[in-house]
Design a protein around this ligand. Sequence first.
Ligand SMILES: Nc1nc2c(ncn2[C@@H]2O[C@H](COP(=O)(O)OP(=O)(O)OP(=O)(O)O)[C@@H](O)[C@H]2O)c(=O)[nH]1
Ligand SMILES: [Mg+2]
Length: 290
Amino acid sequence: MKSLIGFTKVSKKFGKKRIRNLDNIDKEKESYLELSEKIIDKSDIILEVLDSRFIKETRNKTIERIIKEKNKRIIYVLNKVDLVNDKEKLYRQVSFLLPRVFVSCKNYQGIKELRQKIKNISKKIIAEKTNLSKVTVGVIGYPNTGKSSLINILTGRNSLGVSPKAGFTKGIIKLNLTKDIVLLDSPGIIPDEKYSNMDNDLMLEQAKVGARDYTNLKNPDLFVLKIMKEYPKLLEKYYNLNIKEVNNDPENLINSLGRKKGFLRKGGSIDEDKTARLIIKDWQEGKIKL
Ligand SMILES: Nc1nc2c(ncn2[C@@H]2O[C@H](COP(=O)(O)OP(=O)(O)OP(=O)(O)O)[C@@H](O)[C@H]2O)c(=O)[nH]1
Ligand SMILES: [Mg+2]
């Protein structure tokens, strides 16, 4: 497999253990826009991978505008659809996003449809551009939306590492889908103005969409408050807690769950931090469906 300068090469022979990062450290420091433009420039088709639970939060309209300006084709991939209970609401929400495919990398849903869409658009592109022998498909999106999982499933080879921890993929990785179609995996992109180690609201937002790990959040109780506000009774139902006893209060909820789980400190008081982090962990692992 040919590798491009500044790209990561995956050796078919050795699989995922042998991913070699050819990027230098300076390149990893490039801004998210520079990185995105680089992928868009290399690609004929872009798959924007979104989390079906958090369309608004994981969409990047700046990147979508650049894709349009550069005359590249886009396919919206609505991944993790297995984690959405209210499908009707989801369909209404995204009716204007075209072309789109609902996908679950977990349940192999929508993969055939997506592969076919990529092939159809690729055929058109090759027919239009007579000097083009291969079509490049760039896969971009917010951290942790399932870009690498998607490529693994599309190619049928488990060459790429995936992780519940955001920011797993480093550098751009090139893989063949067919002899005419090349896929580019990329690190998750998060707009600079949305990434913060200081602003509580931004950190909570990142934790909600899985772009910030549960071990890496300063006030886990505020996360519980946020989820309780945005999704009333969801946590009570998931953990089978007494709704009256919780009374819409995050402290009550944490105490009630901590007691149930036996998360106690030495003196016998509830370990609130551990309990709140368990909630974030369960949330980020997709155990709590919307
Ligand atoms: N439930 C569910 N989980 C998924 C799905 N797709 C991916 N995941 C999980 O989401 C997590 C992130 O997947 P990755 O493929 O590493 O995501 P990524 O977008 O490549 O992440 P970065 O490289 O960190 O930006 C992993 O724990 C996957 O198992 C899906 O369709 N459904
Ligand atoms: Mg990845």
